[in-house]
Structures are given as structure tokens and as C-alpha cells.
Ligand binder design. Sequence first.
Ligand code: C2E
Ligand code: CA
Ligand code: CA
Length: 717
Amino acid sequence: MKYPQFPNLSDNSQHLSGIALVAALSQNTALLLDENARIVWANTAFEKIAGRSLASVKGARPAEFLYGPGTDINSIRFIRRRMLQRTQFDIDLQVYNSDKHPFWVHCQCIPVGEIEGVTPGFIIIQSDISATKAAQRSLRIADSMFEQSREGILITDENNVILDANPAFSQITGYYHDEVIGQNPRILSSGRQSADYYQTLWNALLTRGYWRGEVWNRRKNGEEYLEFLSIQRVKLSDGNGYYHIASFSDITALKNHAKDLERATHYDTLTGLPNRQLASQRLEAACLHAAMQQRQLWIVSMDLDGFKAINHQHGANIGDRALRILSERLASQLPPGDIVARVGGDEFLLVIQRPRDENSCQYLLDIVRESMIINGDTLKLSASLGVTRYPEDNTDAEGLIRHADQAMYLAKEKGRNLIHQFDPLLNEHLQKRRDQLTDISRGLAQNEFELFYQPQIRLNDNALIGLEALIRWHHPERGLLLPGAFLPDVENSHLDVPLGKWVIHRALETLQGWRKQGFDDIGVSINVSATFLSDWRFLEFIAAELGRFPDLPAHLITLEVLESSALDDIHQVRQMLDCCRELGLTLALDDFGTGFSSLTYMRTLPVNMIKIDRSFVSGMLDNPNDKAIVESILFLCQRFDLNVLAEGVETPEQADMLKTLGCDGIQGFGVARPMASDTVLPWVQRWQQWQQWQQWQQWQQKNQSLTTHIAAINTAR
Ligand code: C2E
Ligand code: CA
Ligand code: CA
């Protein structure tokens, strides 16, 4: 058997021919097979790439160790066929090394034999093409991605000239591939984005290398669509500068879906009108607009009258249709720019920018009252309207809606088919009152109130008979406040009773303190509001308080009841006062003469004392009418056997006249101003000393002889 002069490693020849040397040293693998395709010789490159030594593979067929699971079966068949036919061939083949690691080879097989003058066999030369194969595969994947992607892909060069576009691009934009090659992508522009928008896009590409965002573009058929676009700037090693790869998906449908969602959250499904939320947003915008244009805006809350009954009588279906018809009427009859919204079952909110009638909303009621025929039945609706006007009612959208609602409830209270206008001034006043009440409540909790005391004097002997408790508020910011600054707000409020309780408790506590210090014949007068007096809890409370201070003689406690305050239910008050009398309390009718029913009260209520109002006292000396009134009161009181105390006595002249007319007692700045509780007792002490000294003097004058006698006795000692 004669082989060509290839290196024969079996004899380890050191005399290789030139050809054999090439084969031995080549980077490519070289194999020499015998007739039966068994390995006779392999070069070093083969040993290296296949990971097997020649000794271990000699005599084996390459197929026995080179093939693996990835080797193409058709390729194997092809190789067998060609070798049997002894024809030359080449093929790309995936083979495996000793580690079972696959690699690709380009395999060339040349049958040799007698013609070449050698023993028949095969020469096989393989080159490793793994890298090329991998690159080809990546390219194929990229290619199919480009071809089959559902995202439109556009490739442009550094000057943004289109180099390629994929089929999805054509599907989305409607442009054929060939139509866009060489063009600028701006052919897709919808004109919706500003130049600034594109400027930011390019800046991002230049600085960061990519950009992502939403863009409105236009299809070839003119239709606009929204795409989510991402652009990448890439540089290849081909020396052609940068490329841009833009991929985008059409998200118009998504956006529309979002719009549907928006519709559902902002629109009423039955009528298609804006709902409350949207109405509020639009009203906010309308206010801004109106303010800029210095125009008025009407905010109207509309509630259908008796709509429940309609639903009940005709069925909910008819009710729904009536609502739809009314909605259409309102929407079509009011000018564009006015807002019509359905904000509840049978509640609508209207914002009128251009009223048909500058002075009245009557025309809105008229629209509601137009009869409608449903299923042959004639239906007539009516509504109650609450209206507020911006900017007179200068608040935000939510506030305006609330005010219109408030007014609507008042309209409803008055009857049906009526309009009530919201009054911002009244509202402001109410708001102030609410704030003040909150402040008073806080003041109560923080002990900011104090009772001052003003003496009441018996004219007969100048004795101090009692002290009237008058409330003061040490306000942390506003300073010392007189009752006129806060009591009017308390009147008839939820604080009336708590404050009244506080006053009574504090006054009794003080009285007890005085008594402990030895002043046990002075009384205290407490002002009681009409509201507290009419409250069923009053009696219970006063009885409990007397129980808490068991040492206090009840007759020293005077309750002053305002004659001028409207004692709503005089019989109930009478019963209450009867009970107070039974408890032993003294009762006084305050501010007597200022009310409408002074005489009725005097006759009906079980009081012990009348307090002549200060207005008569101050006018008494100059005004004969006032004097006449004072005289009449005094006369009546003598007839009814009531004590009389005159308030607001400022001068000795007034006191003298009152004494002459037969008044029992006085109170006023002329004697003393109301005093803080810590200055009361020293004053009382001084007063009582002076009064005793004066009495002593009077007594002395009256009993001159006795005085002389005593003096004589004393000098004789
Ligand atoms: P009133 O019951 O008629 O109390 C007398 C008011 O006349 C006091 O005003 C007192 O300071 C004032 N006054 C007394 N002498 C003179 C005078 O010679 N000249 C003038 N010009 N005024 C004099 P004040 O303290 O401001 O109280 C006002 C009203 O507030 C009281 O009128 C009473 O109706 C009410 N008030 C005061 N304290 C209380 C309270 O604790 N509870 C309730 N429910 N009402 C109170
Ligand atoms: Ca009083
Ligand atoms: Ca008074």
C-alpha cells in the first residue's frame, strides 16, 4: 500500500517533505483517511481543535467521535454518500471536541488514489468557522426581529436620512419601504409637537445617546396617531459616524382606552353630562376666566321637586328618560360655555356665564317646567334652585357649589318651584360667629373667663346688700372683653348652657369664699340667659349646685332674669321660677321697662325684685317721660310688694331723687364700677366701715341728748 508522502507519524520521520510540512503546521486541520474512511494521520491543529491525540483516533472513523447531537443528520448522510461515490465535496458542519463542546468547521474532502499515485483514501481539510457562524446567527436573529417585530423600526444615518424601515413601520404608518428610504422622518410629523419638543429630543440623543417619549405623528392617509417612541444612537466600526435606531409602537388605542376610562370617571353614564368632579374642575376654570374678563358667574344648584314620587308612580325607566330629556333640553337651550352637570340622582349643577336674563334665573325653572311626553304620558317637572354669584361670593369652586347647595335647601324648605339666592354677607356673618364660638369654647377650656362684681346698695341705710356677677373675658389677643363683645354670639348657641353653668358655679364658689372670710351677710346676683332658663336641665343643675354648696343660704343668691329677652314660653319659665322660689332663691326681673310685656311679666313671674333699666335712670333728671316711667314702676312695685333696684346710677343727684321717690336700692358707677374678684373684699370692707361710721353719725344726730349724756359719763370717768 502506497501512501502519498505525507508525514508518517508512525515512523516519526524527521524528513518531511515541504507539502507535508505545510499540512503539519497549518492552522487548519488536516486528516488522512484510508479507503474505509479510517484515520491514518492527523496534523497538530486537528489534535488541538478536536482535543484528541493522533494515537487515540488512529484507525477510527471521524464520525465516531466528531459528531454530536447538534450535527445535522442530513449533512452526515451527504458526507457518507459522497465518500461512497468517492467524489470531492465541501460542507459546513457542527462537530464536537473531546469536552463535548460544539464548534463549526468548513470541511473539504478530496478523494485520492491511483491517479495521484497513492494508496486510495481521502484527504480532509477543516477550517474552524465558529466565529463566522455565530455572527451569521446573530445577524439572522436581528434580521428576523427587524422583519417580524410588531414595533415599527426605522434606521437613519447621522444626518437623519432613512436607511431602512421594517414591515411593521409600513403597517403603522402606511408608507411603503421604498417610499421612505432616503427621506427624513419628518414626513411623519403631525405638527402637534413644538420645535422645543424636538430640540429636547435631539439634546437627549446627543448627551445621553437615547430618548424615549410619546409623539403624535401622522399616517400616510392623514390620520394622526400616538406612538411610544424610543431612539438609540449607535456607532458602528464602519467609519460612517452615527446611526439612529428608532423603534415605536402605536399607542393610540391605549390612549383611547384611557379616554374611555376618563369618560367613565368624569361623566354621568345616564345623561352623558359631566359629573360633579368634572363640573367642579370646569367651574374652577370658569372662575379664572370670569375674573380675567371681569364678568359675573352664576352657580346654580338645581334639585327636582318630588322626583322620587315620579319614579315611584311611573317606574324608574320613565324617570331615567325624563332625566335624559331634561339634560338634553338644558344642554341644548343653554349657550355653549355654560356648564350643565348631573351631580346626583335628581340634582344638577349649572354654571351660567351668559344669563338670558340679567336679574333672574326664572328662565331655568321654565325650561324644567316644559312638559314632556313619554310613552304617551305627559310629564311635568319642577325644580328648586339655589343660586350664588361669583365674584360677589368670593370663594373657590367647592365653596361656590356648597353655597349654591345651601341656598337650594332653603328654596326647598320654602316650597317647590322656587329660587333662593345665597347671601355672602349673611354667610360671612355666620362664619364669623362660628369662629367666635370656637374661640369662646377654647377660652372656656383655658379658663380665660372671670366674674367681676358690682355692689348693690340699700338706699335706706347705705348697706351693701349684694354684688352682681358680671362676666369678663381675658382674651389672649384682644385683651379684656366686656360681655357685649361675645355674649350676643353665645346667645342661643350650643355654648349658652355651658357658659351659664360656669357662671353660676363660679359665683357660688366666690360667695362661699366671702362667707369663709366673715362676710356672711352679702348676697350675689347672677345673670341667667333666657335660653338656659328655658332648658329642662336648668333646674336639675341649680339644685345640684345648691347641693354642692350646702352652707349657702339660698336667699342670698339672686337670679337675674332679663325682662327684654324673649321668654318664649312664659308658662314654662313661670314653672321653672316657681321651682327656684321653692328652692329659696331670690329672683329679679332685669332691665325692667325695656321689653314689650313688662307688666305681663311682672304679674306672671314669681319675682322678688325689679331692676329699673339704666336708660330710664340716666334720663330721669332731664326727661319728664323717663321720670314718669320710673315713678310708675316704683308705684306698681309698691302695690305688688316688690323690691326695686335702680341700675346705672352715676350721680348723687340720681341717688337722691330715687331715694325720695321710694326706690329700695341702687347699683351703678356712682357707687362703684364692677371689680375684679380680688379687689372686691377690700372694697366691701372700706364700704362697710364708712357705712357704719355714717350710721353712727346719723344716730348721733338723731339722739343728741343721749350722745351728750354718754360723753358726760365718759368725761366724768
Ligand atoms: P346688666 O345685667 O344690665 O348688667 C349691668 C351692666 O351695666 C353691666 O355691663 C355694668 O357694667 C353696666 N353698668 C353698671 N353701672 C353702670 C353705670 O353707672 N353706667 C353705665 N353706663 N353702665 C353701668 P356689662 O358688665 O357690660 O354687662 C352687660 C350685660 O351683659 C349685663 O347687663 C347682662 O345682661 C349681661 N351679662 C353680664 N354678665 C353676664 C353673665 O354672667 N351671664 C349672662 N347671661 N349675662 C351677663
Ligand atoms: Ca343684671
Ligand atoms: Ca340691666
